[in-house]
Design a protein. Sequence first.
Lengths: 1018, 454
Amino acid sequence: MMRSLVRTLAIGCAALAGSLLSPPGTVWAQTGTVVGQVVDATQQQPIASAQVFIPGTSLGSLSTSEGTFRIPGVPAGPQTVRVTIIGYQTVSQDVSIPPGGTATVNFQLAESAVELGAIVVTATGREQTVREIGSSVGVVDVENVELAPVTSFSDLIQGRAAGALVLQSSGTTGSGSRIRIRGSNSISLSNAPLLVIDGVRVENDPYIEALGGLDQGPSALDDLNPENIATIEILRGPAASALYGTAAANGVIQVTTKRGRAGESSFRAWGEGTALRTSVSFPANVQALDADGDVCPVLYQATDADPIQGGLQPLCTPVQTVSFNPLENDQTTVFDGGTRWVYGASMSGGGDNATFYLSAERTDEESVYDSDNFVDRYNLQANVTGQVAENLRVRGTVGYVETELQLPQSDNSLFGALGMALYGDADSASVANTDGYENSLDFHYDWKTLQESSRLTASAAADFQPTSWLSFNGSAGLDRIVREQQNRIPRVSAYQQFGGIYESGWIQSTDTDIYNIDTNLSGSAVFSVSRDLISTTTAGAQYIKEEFHQLYGFGATLIPGVEESLAGATTDFDTDEGNILNATVSAYVQQQFAWRDRVFINAAVRGDENTAFGTDIGWIWYPAVSGSWVLSEETFFPEVDALDELRVRAAYGQAGLRPGATDALLSFAGGVGVFNNLDVPAITINELGNAELEPERSREWELGFESGLLNGRLGVEMTYYNKESEDALIERPLPPSPGGSEQRWENLGRVSNTGLETLITGQAVRNDDFTWNFSLSGSVIDNELEDLGTDAEGNPIPPIGSGVQRFVEGYPLGGWWAPPIQSWEDADGNGFLGPDEVQVGIAGADGMLNPDSAAFQGDAFPTREFSLGTDVTLWNLFRVSALFDYKGGHKLLNYTRGWRCSFELNCADAFDEGLPLEQQAAIVGLSTYGTYAGWMEDADFVKFRELAITFFVPDEWVGYARADNLRVTLAGRNLATWTDYSGLDPEVNWAGQANFTSGDFASLPPNRVFTLRLDVSF
Amino acid sequence: MRYRAISSALRTRSLRGSVVTALALIMTMGIGGCDTEDLVQLSDPDLVTLPVVEDTANIEVLRNGALLEFGQALTGPAAANETPGIVGISALFSDEAWYASTFEGMKNIDERRVFETNEHVEDVYRWLHRARNLLSETADRYAQNRPEAPDQTLLRALEGYTYLYLAEGWCSGVPFSRAPLGEPVEFAAGLTTTETLGEAIAIFDEALALGGNDTYANLARVGKARALQNLGDMTQAAAVAAQVSPGFQFTVTYSDNASAQNNGVWYNFNSSRRTSVASNEGINGITYFTLGQGNNTLDPRVPVQFSGTGLGTQLPHYNQLEYSGRGSDVVLASKTEALLIEAEAALDGGNSAGYLPALNALRAGVGLGSLTDPGGADERILQLYEERAFWLWLTGHRMGDLRRLVREYGFTQTEVFPRGTTIFNTLYSDDVNFPIPDEERNNPLFEGCVDRGA
């Protein structure tokens, strides 16, 4: 019956749509044009890129570089014109529009450290100011991005948005970063945020599949060229992102690319050269040798405790110590410094009816390695906007990225140069034979991992306003990624010594095609309920289709001369094909009531239906409600000189994460078997499936405020949030004994994230000769797996994971776990701890230590992060900016040093007779009992992340070159690190962008870079 | 006041606004009411679903899958970083192999320090259960749809071998749950090792009762005899072994065709050089071959070749040549094994004069000289087990043999298992079997190992 009803209602929808097909020009009665200029109230300088618009309509424009604007098609009669731009207070003015005529209105904007006027594009396609939204929206300041040492999207976010944690995993050229917003919600699904570019949902998975086992790989985020970005908004959680529905539980990053501005065309060109250097000193390999020249550790050496052999026997007697540092030796190091060259140009302009923005950039980076580790990327962007009719505005964006990348073996790879160096021997034979590396460096050079990627992201959108109170927004977008990846070892290589498939080379080729489309249609109606109350209703629908298609081929024994193509393979063939398909159809309604333009109540609900084989999840609904109150505009608000603006807000919302399309399904895998010595097709169990699967649902509420203090010089923003994810989709390990699949997706348990975010911005000094701005942002978070639930029989689900990172009730997701080192004692008084002088594990019921029982050691992700950014401008000629970045409250597993000291026996500590017993216990704990407890180290750090000095060439000089502006910037990145972590760098992660897996395993620290940049505009 | 201007401009339109608001709502609900399922219904060409499996026309494809699972459990998948099956890890745990590469879990197996969290042991434990379940499910389908096909005997016999491997490798207390295709999982409590071997015998008897194929029946006979041998019932074991046809040999077949069909022991040992065959390992280890460069093979039953160092280490590595190529087959059961069981039964029955001729007859077949009686009872049994070690080298027997020497013949673990200092300069521990992996704790009826003894 319900379905029948809604079908009937749908007919009404069709009728409405029909009415919209009438010629747009006939709907308007009479219109006029608004023109004017926006200037800084203090300096009387024009303000460019300010949003000037008619509230309650979709009519608006951006101010030009001269601060001027023009809005045609405004309904005649009394209207309000509002101007808003980040860094200034929002101002509105009433104006009367003459029919067919032009009204002039000029604005003088006072500066503000509170960003209530920033425009945010919502999931419905409608624009709202921050003051209207009851949730916290992080607006990343990209205004001066070209003046900072920022070359990737990850760089841009890092330290610039509270609650958005950016973890750079490596200094390997082409590697990406992990981004988490308000912590990790999901044990098994991705915790990466949803990425929306110009209103289109786009791919955000790391490009690491099929990289030959390499864990460092590029991030989809880094396809974005920071130069093309106009705004970045971060919706931190379900309270803000509910209207994005399923897939939005991890927050949403909304990116809007630059648009052209009406007025004289402007042309800009830039170029920069960057030197990349390793940012650390590498440790030497130290070893003791016995009389035979064999490695003989002074400490911790194993002894034969077998009674038949007659008690403890030392294995060897050291007679000399040798040392060699292959990475700091000019003759043997693999580091020769890297370079990055960036060249780009953009052009923008247009008239009243159309604007354009065009941009092109090339980035060519060679890594600090002396091997072929490089990225060569071309970015093209073309955006147009057009006023097709008075009430119809269209815009189109096209972004194209082509990337060629080659990655080295690294981190947890046997033949990564860094690993081979750090685990190498120091004896003269090893130095002579392999330059002190663990194996021949030829391994490092012979293995090639390449990726060529082309990505087209395009959108077309239209805003249609048949009447002044009714508007429609429609958009369609495409995100197409084509990737070719290849791993190969040539016919003649160091690998020949292994025989088998390595003997005469092999090649692995993977072609991936990702095709995502996103269409959205919404309508908004604005009307007045009473004199003080304005209602805005938005309703819409969305359809998203995602297709992933991959072909894989492998072959070995290459034909001489055909070693870069599968055509050269002659044995060991293997092929495969993978397809992942998903579609989502959605409907949503949002209702806003605005009372006296200072109290805003929003309520919304979104429904999603997804592709799901083997289950009938049906429609899932995600509600949201929020309120915003600009208290300082109330008449009762006390006039306090120091307090200019105050807004309080509260929000609640839900969002979800969906299961994979086939996760619910019992499925089988096809393969090839052997029967009667014939190759035959075979079927085996793939997944047992779970027909009861539902999306994971996250509920979040938040409270916060923004305040402007000291005449707009100081802004304080604070938000407290509490997010709970229920019915968590967990890939639960199945017991092996049934003989089915290894895991099965189940809705289990509850994860909570609570935290506090703050942002303090200020203008310490501002006058004609000297300005000093600062920004302090930070957040703390408490992440906990509150409940893992029970199985069908009511038994508690056992902890998930048995390695060094586990998911245990009452502890953070993916926290560090290891058998604890309970005690140590130098019982024989020789100054060294032997295996029997260290006690590891947890006592069982019998009082005996179980060396396999693990205890919680610490968080794997930072629980607090703060960043301090500041900039000083002198005489409008020089600008100096700096960014400091702190992350802490977590630990990092130092595999690198643990392995060196406990297994490879080549770290200096292993031969330090004065080494504290606690550190000796860590070495013995790992070498004898296999526990990493002693190597899970505090990883708090402060990084001097950015320093940039810009010289604004005076106008009179610039005039000689017939340019408008010329800027020269000298910048550095990752200039210093302060930490107690004993490894190379506390920021690295051998597992790249993995969901939880972390650790320092011969990982190259982020590079120190120095950039010289020239930026000129005409 | 600014808001008043907005309000006055819009107030007169409130009625129209209400109508449009309602229509907008209608639009949304209308979309919700459309047959949206059509929009989200997609076709995934990769999926093999239950109806395909249940189609009796595909029963042989399912059989092939069960055999593929068994072959993988035996040697592991031929892929980078994979575990070399029960043949590989039991060789590592015993004196047949040492680890020559970098994975800690594999080192721990070699050191006989195996925790519940050892991922390599978990791999093989899971593969054996996967093979067991699919062999059983497929045999059931043959019984229903193709009762006359000899394949059912083969499937049952191989199912019995999965019980044998789990009994010989793991502690007492292994559960045998089921995952019926298309039905809910049926969890089971653990069985003692004795119960497990009893189950194996029952399954071999079921296979033998089906009859129809001598090869498959002999496969079941050798399996049954091996189970009885593990139970210490050498008389019955010998009686069953005596029924095995002369010249019988059953091999699990692999192929050069695709990597999925390759012999995983060859891949792990020879191609990846992660695991090396061993000689004189851990004081008690048998001298299978000479160490160092040169002609390493001492005995034609243990063909080896020095190959340099292991993958990523400076540890010495020797290639095994038992499986010289990626498509080499593995002998699962043979008349030779049956004769060795008979010889052991003779010695066990006090017929010290009877076992030696049996061993020497086998040796003569490959041109080896005769052995002499070493005298004492312990020496005789060790001599016989050394012969078994050579004849059954790298076929997944040695670990069970060492356990049996402790369990049935009273040796201590330090007298037969590798001990002292490992090749990594660490100490051997004292495990004599694998613990049941901690993932099994997701089985609500599982209660852990009942006994970690031999």
